[in-house]
Design a protein around this ligand. Structure first.
Ligand SMILES: [Zn+2]
Length: 285
């Protein structure tokens, strides 16, 4: 399967702007990068776009697990797929990145790249995994994005291998996912009438130093760019949770990210972030 190219779909302001806070988050990170990257004259930075798009998808996925736990939500289906849906919806309204692409489609490409690294083959253990296959995670994101606005995203059928008969059912998938998560998020988003208090600490942060040679560079990068500081600040401006979630960036000894209900912590592992960065650099070559 050919790796599709992200084109500027130049969409109208549309759809469910309930997920607009994702825009604020992505924009604040993008600005942080842009300011610190003054040495380069170029406006576009596909490496940063790929890194941020994939980091945000993973973070919002873990947030999905956190919300399911903290809000005691019923999960009618696979929780991993529900978490992917939230991540997709959050990123959908994140606007365009520096090359006019969309972070949500960049994240889809991340799953496609991950699938291709394994020569596009699943092992038996993959079918037992609680997650959908990487290729399915790619397909599910593409379907939701297409379903949100079929006219604007015709190119996903033509160029991103979305089969026409599947595309027909994508709008229904999108509305079902959006309606479900919107009903939940209504109680979480701040409103104009009820903005977040200045001392809102629904999300707290701990950025640990790297412990290994392999992760030193990426840990230094996220610390210097204040990637997580920007993210957490924006989350606290936009969401109020019934109980605190702590976000921890650290070495894990494996490429991973997870939410632990015992400690109410989202862990973002440097090892996985380092892989995103390496893949980003590879794609940009
Ligand atoms: Zn998960």
């Amino acid at each position: 399967m050919e790796r599709p190219v992200i084109v500027n779909a130049c969409r109208l302001m549309r759809r469910l702007s309930r997920f607009l806070p994702a825009l604020v988050v992505a924009a604040s990170i993008g600005t942080a990068f842009a300011q610190s990257d003054a040495a380069t004259e170029e406006e576009s930075d596909p490496v940063t776009d790929y890194f941020v798009g994939n980091l945000l998808f993973v973070f919002y996925h873990e947030l999905g697990h956190g919300l399911i736990h903290k809000l005691d939500l019923p999960v009618l289906g696979r929780e991993e797929d529900a978490a992917d849906q939230l991540a997709t919806l959050m990123l959908m309204d994140a606007g365009t990145d520096s090359v006019g692409g969309e972070p949500v489609l960049t994240a889809a490409l991340g799953w496609l790249d991950s699938w291709k690294k394994r020569d596009g083959e699943a092992e038996e253990s993959d079918y037992w995994d609680e997650h959908s296959l990487d290729l399915q995670r790619y397909a599910n994101i593409v379907c939701l994005v297409y379903g949100s606005d079929p006219d604007s995203y015709k190119n996903l059928v033509a160029e991103w291998d979305l089969p026409a008969d599947r595309a027909e059912r994508c709008p229904n998938d999108f509305y079902s996912a959006a309606a479900s998560w919107n009903s939940v998020m209504d109680g979480v988003w701040v409103t104009e009438e009820q903005p977040a208090p200045a001392d809102n600490r629904s999300f707290t942060l701990e950025v640990e130093p790297a412990q290994s040679e392999e992760t030193r560079e990426i840990a230094h990068y996220v610390a210097e760019q204040q990637v997580f500081e920007g993210l957490i600040e924006s989350m606290n401006q936009n969401m109020i949770l019934p109980a605190q979630i702590k976000v921890v960036a650290r070495d894990c000894g494996e490429e991973n990210a997870y939410y632990d209900p015992e400690t109410s912590e989202i862990t973002m592992c440097y090892e996985w972030l380092a892989t995103f960065m390496a893949d980003a650099e590879k794609q940009a070559e």
